[in-house]
Design a protein around this ligand. Structure first.
Ligand SMILES: NC(=O)c1ccc[n+]([C@@H]2O[C@H](COP(=O)([O-])OP(=O)(O)OC[C@H]3O[C@@H](n4cnc5c(N)ncnc54)[C@H](OP(=O)(O)O)[C@@H]3O)[C@@H](O)[C@H]2O)c1
Ligand SMILES: *[C@@H]1O[C@H](CO)[C@@H](O)[C@H](O)[C@H]1NC(C)=O
Ligand SMILES: *[C@@H]1O[C@H](CO)[C@@H](O)[C@H](O)[C@H]1NC(C)=O
Ligand SMILES: CC(=O)N[C@H]1CO[C@H](CO)[C@@H](O)[C@@H]1O
Length: 317
């Protein structure tokens, strides 16, 4: 009987429209609820990071570097990881973190897409500090190409962005369970909004969100997971490699001229602040939340404005 009902195309979509009308009807109340629940978080106690241990992957540049400084200012011991090519940069980050107030900084070179190297840097962190409080899975790469170029070239995007977060998380969980620690994951608003040409990058970020939203239930309440879905952030410290790979350049032209961007330093500060308050998700710049809502409630509208930003001739490669 019910099955017959849902086999009928009309009644089937009717349920959807009934739900949608219901949502629209209660949305003023949801709005007030959002306001009321946001207020107390201003007064939420903030974790004292003094003497705690934070492991950050991809800390040699960009937001990872700035987050390291934020944690250093709060007196946390740091274990920072980057891939070898940028090694002198990582040492400079370590020195600056010590200057800013971190009691001890361990820097390590590893490729997060290799499982054994992830095991090693988590173990080395424990050997040095004997504890782990926050794991920040920040390392990631971006590629702005469509699927018709060379599909095999993009395995590293998945290896670094997805597996490069999963491996350290796997090895860190027993230690985080001991301290009641936190995991911070660098997803992206791309993982929610899926604009064209970002297929591989955005899919790797979407996979991260899917995995960690589910892991959340397995490890709670001992471990808090914070998922970052960031929009466009102006990272002033852009490395040579990042520039030559063309990602930074493309972004400027394609998107960030259309959407307001946020400064990298206030962003890093907002992230560490949110994590220390136990936030489960952080959206910066905050207006991106509005776009997420539109995407979920009115997917057609979302596709429409994306197709205006990316006319079909611009999608060729
Ligand atoms: N989690 C994800 O990755 C994900 C995936 C898909 C969609 N979304 C969308 O994300 C939006 C928010 O998700 P939610 O329901 O979990 O509720 P939420 O109310 O945004 O956030 C939960 C916690 O995160 C904190 N937080 C959020 N942004 C922060 C920031 N910039 N700095 C510091 N703390 C911050 C909030 O406290 P404060 O506001 O004061 O700080 C709150 O304690 C929704 O629109 C959802 O559709 C998220
Ligand atoms: C943070 O903890 C340290 C010791 O772990 C303590 O000396 C310090 O006073 C604490 N700071 C605050 C603001 O509670
Ligand atoms: C996250 O990864 C992107 C690349 O995928 C990188 O540009 C950014 O600095 C990383 N960190 C944060 C906190 O977004
Ligand atoms: C909204 C957003 O961040 N989309 C991203 C999708 O992926 C590409 C990389 O391939 C990014 O440049 C886009 O910014």
């Amino acid at each position: 009987m019910y099955q017959a009902c849902f086999n009928n195309k009309f009644t089937n979509s009717l349920v959807y429209y009934v739900l949608l009308s219901f949502l629209l009807l209660i949305s003023p109340f949801l709005f007030i609820w959002e306001l009321i629940t946001t207020l107390p978080s201003c007064f939420q106690p903030i974790e004292n990071m003094s003497g705690k241990v934070v492991l950050i992957t991809g800390a040699s540049s960009g937001l990872g570097e700035l987050m390291a400084y934020e944690y250093a200012k709060r007196g946390a011991c740091l274990a920072i990881v980057a891939i070898k090519e940028l090694d002198s940069r990582l040492m400079q980050v370590a020195d600056k973190a010590l200057e800013l107030g971190s009691p001890d900084v361990l820097f390590m070179f590893a490729d997060v897409s290799k499982v054994e190297e992830c095991r090693r840097f988590v173990d080395d962190t424990i050997k040095r500090f004997d504890r782990l409080d926050h794991l920040v899975c920040n390392a990631g790469i971006g590629n702005l190409y469509s699927v018709n170029i060379d599909v095999t070239k993009f395995a590293p995007v998945m290896d670094i962005n997805f597996w490069g977060s999963i491996y350290p998380t796997h090895f860190a969980i027993p230690h985080l369970m001991r301290t009641g620690g936190k995991i911070v994951v660098n997803a992206s608003s791309a993982g929610v909004l899926h604009p064209p040409k970002g297929g591989f990058y955005n899919a790797s970020k979407a996979a991260l969100i899917g995995f960690y939203e589910s892991l959340r239930f397995e490890v709670s309440p001992r471990i808090t997971i914070t998922i970052l879905t960031l929009g466009f952030i102006e990272t002033r410290i852009i490395t040579a490699k990042y520039l030559t790979s063309g990602v930074g350049g493309h972004l400027k032209k394609d998107f960030s001229s259309l959407l307001p961007t946020m400064g990298a330093e206030p962003c890093a500060k907002a992230i560490v602040n949110g994590v220390c308050k136990g936030a489960t998700s952080i959206v910066e710049p905050r207006f991106m939340k509005g776009l997420f809502l539109i995407k979920f409630l009115f997917p057609q509208l979302h596709r429409f404005y994306l197709s205006l930003y990316f006319p079909s001739e611009s999608r060729k490669n």
